[in-house]
Design a protein around this ligand. Structure first.
Ligand SMILES: Nc1ncnc2c1ncn2[C@@H]1O[C@H](COP(=O)(O)OP(=O)(O)OP(=O)(O)O)[C@@H](O)[C@H]1O
Length: 243
């Protein structure tokens, strides 16, 4: 079997004495689409931040492409990494194409970067007429698509999607889910998505991992998820009300 792209072992992270991650183990393998689910405040973002080196775990270790996540392994990982942020996180002062080409502009001439940006915009269903618009002129769904074009601009091997459908109506959300799935399948990239949206989970996931009480308490395919008896999983998947 190939070396895991991401391996987290025994991650512990507390804030103000409260343990958010409590011995968490998780593996993402080359080319798979892993979706992490879990209630609000269960630590999904903290987990991503620990993987990316933005938060330091109190204990445990992260390995990236088989190597301990020190400075060099993390730099190599980030060179081949793209991310779609919640709310797209576009630069409001830059036109769409420069948002998409942001990292490309360091690596290639402006004309080539613009051409690549237009190509990626077209991949997410946006025409060249959008390229010179400012983000504020776009709808939420279009901004999300621009964010997706930016995430894939440099053809990354690993892509993180942070709540990709939040704030979108169901049809726009379905459009984003379909794009994410087709991009992951086409490029063979490893994808890690965090979401609350069960429609998204079903559209995107090869494997689902549920975070609760600081650990991955269940993982499996979507088909296994539908058959699983785990109470916490059932409650989340079926949306049992919480007071
Ligand atoms: N820098 C920080 N300082 C203090 N507490 C933090 C910090 N970052 C996260 N937390 C706490 O850790 C817990 C988990 O937060 P996190 O953002 O990872 O949750 P989440 O699962 O991503 O939630 P949501 O689904 O609502 O985005 C929360 O209680 C949060 O307040």
């Amino acid at each position: 079997m190939s070396v895991p792209v991401i391996e987290a072992r025994g991650l512990v992270k507390s804030f103000a004495g409260r343990r958010v991650l409590d011995g968490l183990d998780l593996t993402a393998r080359q080319g798979e689409s892993l979706v992490i689910i879990g209630g609000s405040g269960t630590g999904k973002s903290v987990l991503l931040r620990c993987i990316l080196g933005l938060d330091q775990p109190d204990a445990g270790a992260v390995r990236l492409n088989g190597a301990p996540a020190g400075r060099a392994a993390r730099a190599a990982f980030l060179r081949d990494f793209g991310m779609l942020f919640q709310n797209a996180a576009l630069f409001d002062s830059l036109p769409v194409w420069r948002n998409v080409a942001f990292r490309l502009l360091e690596a290639m001439p402006r004309a080539a970067a613009r051409a690549r940006a237009l190509d990626k915009l077209s991949r997410v269903g946006l025409g060249p007429e959008i390229a010179d618009r400012m983000p504020a002129e776009l709808s939420g769904g279009m901004r999300k698509r621009v964010g997706l074009a930016r995430a894939i601009a440099a053809d990354p091997r690993v892509i993180f999607f942070d709540e990709p459908t939040t704030g979108l109506d169901p049809r726009r959300a379905a459009g984003i889910n379909r794009l994410i799935r087709s991009i992951v399948t086409e490029t063979g990239a490893t994808a890690v998505t965090i979401t609350h949206d069960m429609t998204s989970v079903r559209a995107i996931a090869d494997r689902v991992a549920m975070l609760a009480e600081g650990r991955i308490v269940w993982q499996g395919t979507v088909a296994q998820m539908d058959d699983a008896a785990d109470e916490r999983l059932r409650a989340f998947v079926e949306g049992h009300p919480l007071d």
